[in-house]
Design a binder for this molecule. Structure first.
Ligand code: SF4
Length: 497
């Protein structure tokens, strides 16, 4: 319902604990925000791997029966939002296979940019694919590897793929965590007693009472086995390109990601945003929940009080049925409601973490105005999102990104705001350690650290523009269920495809 980029996936693995599957279930609960389409757990008792997976949220997929089927002292788990491949059960992970190297269970977060080429080559040689995911090519490369151990076969497979990967894998007797040499996606390492834990975010460690040890480094492979933990560096070094959007939006604020507190980084975004784009105002209002940390920082730096002028209904589930067109404008209001006593007669600064298409922001600005705000200023705690992501984040095509196709003033008019301002790129990268050298900022710059596949270049096309009066152009054949800008973009997409 909110206009946000979609999270990618969450991975979790644990070695050396008798309750491995149950702890993985809890870990996936903590990582649910990273993917809500499917969930799965595979566990091994040393003799055999068993897997249980399904479509939906973690608590939809696992009841005590489903969890009872997966047991052993080693387990891996996955929550998925489809960044590559369709949303269907066959694409749910872990992918579990048996090969000459023994059994392997694989959980992937990221996106392999050369998966299409590798898959074509494998298919020409007779390989049969069960899924439409990029992750499955790694399984095929693993099975075909001439290496003599499962561990070296994994390395052999991963040296043939490019792009973003944080994998947690399980062989017959080992748990493997590995990050691509650029380090796009996070992977944390923790301990629970004698057990080793690997997971996308530290909030999963917190939930099971594990201690955060450190991150798996970009290009590092860690292997937990009965012999302890071994670290290897099997890949050629590359420039680090950790995803800055993990700090902007994806990760939970209670996590440490890339070695820093997401809450502290997000709050610093807000402080810098206030210093760069401050405007006289009476109250700072976050868009819940995405704008809260940045609004705290903005209020702190500006000296203007922050109040919760928009209240989120946390009980709107996936089952909310869109009403008829005549009452569709309730769509955002069912999730957010303005607090008139805070907004009425006030100059309001609305703080959010990002704007993608602008459709929801426009509805929120209008809602705040209708609650009596005298002025509404929109402040965004990252730079304008102008380019799609090819590294494991579901981004609309460039044609749908409002900042890619419109000037700041056009965006302001579309949103019906008194002013709109974004955090600068320097402000963003200055808020994290080594921000200008170790982070990916491609969705703000259009400069990509790893080449994306040629057949994805359609993502870079431009869209129709807004009319000079700030109203969206009427599409020639508007889709009835879309509002103005989205319909314009959809029309442009239909023409461009
Ligand atoms: S393009 Fe944006 S979302 Fe994708 S990895 Fe880079 S910073 Fe993250």
């Amino acid at each position: 319902m909110f206009d946000k980029l979609k999270e990618e996936c969450g991975v979790f693995g644990i070695f050396g604990h008798p309750e491995a599957a149950n702890l993985t279930y809890l870990g996936l609960y903590a990582l649910q925000h990273r993917g809500q389409e499917s969930a799965g757990i595979a566990a091994s008792d040393g003799a055999r791997m068993r897997v249980s997976k399904g479509m939906g949220h973690v608590n939809d997929v696992f009841d005590s029966g489903a969890l009872g089927n997966v047991h052993g002292s080693m387990a891996v788990g996955h929550v998925r939002y489809s960044t590559a491949g369709e949303s269907r059960l066959a694409n749910a992970q872990p992918i579990v296979v048996d090969s000459t190297h023994g059994e392997l269970a694989l959980c992937h977060n990221g996106n392999l940019v050369n998966a299409g080429e590798v898959k074509d080559a494998l298919v020409r040689e007779g390989a049969i694919f069960q899924t439409t995911t990029d992750s499955e090519v790694v399984v095929h490369l693993f099975a075909r590897s001439k290496e003599t151990t499962a561990e070296t076969a994994v390395i052999d497979a991963l040296t043939q793929v490019r792009g973003a990967f944080s994998f947690v894998m399980m062989t017959g007797d080992k748990l493997i965590g590995v990050r691509d040499p650029h380090g796009f996606r996070p992977l944390a390492l923790g301990r629970l007693g004698d057990a080793w834990v690997m997971c996308s975010e530290t909030c999963a460690l917190d939930l099971i009472g594990a201690r955060y040890e450190r991150d798996v480094e970009p290009g590092e492979m860690v292997v937990a086995s009965a012999a302890g933990l071994e670290s290897r560096r099997p890949f050629a070094p590359a420039r680090h390109s950790q995803c800055i959007f993990e700090h902007v939006y994806f990760s939970r604020p209670d996590s440490y990601v890339f070695g820093e507190s997401v809450n502290e980084v997000r709050t610093e975004f807000g402080r810098r945003l206030a210093r760069e784009t401050g405007v006289p105002a009476d109250v700072i209002v976050p868009i819940p929940d995405s704008g809260v940390c940045a609004a705290v920082g903005y209020a702190e730096a500006s000296g203007i009080p922050m109040r919760m002028g928009l209240i989120r209904n946390h009980y709107v589930g996936r089952t909310f049925i869109q009403p008829q067109q005549s009452i569709r404008h309730f769509g955002v209001r069912v999730k957010l409601n303005p607090v008139k006593s805070i907004l009425e007669g006030r100059r309001v600064v609305l703080v959010d973490d990002s704007i993608v298409r602008g459709t929801t922001s426009r509805k929120i600005v209008r809602m705040v105005r209708s609650a009596g705000a005298k002025e509404v200023h929109m402040r965004i705690s990252c730079p304008p999102t102008i380019s799609p992501c090819f590294y494991g984040v579901d981004t609309p095509r460039r044609s749908e990104l409002i900042a890619a196709t419109h000037t700041l003033d056009e965006i302001r008019r579309y949103l019906d705001a008194d002013s709109v301002a974004y955090l600068s790129l320097d402000g963003l990268t200055g808020s994290v350690r080594d921000g200008s050298t170790k982070y990916c900022t491609s969705c703000y710059t259009g400069v990509y650290p790893v080449a994306f596949p040629r057949n994805e270049s359609a993502y870079l096309q431009l869209a129709l523009k807004l009319n000079p009066d700030g109203n969206p152009q009427a599409p020639s054949n508007p889709a009835p269920e879309q509002d103005g800008l989205a319909a314009s973009a959809a029309t442009a997409l239909a023409r461009g495809r």
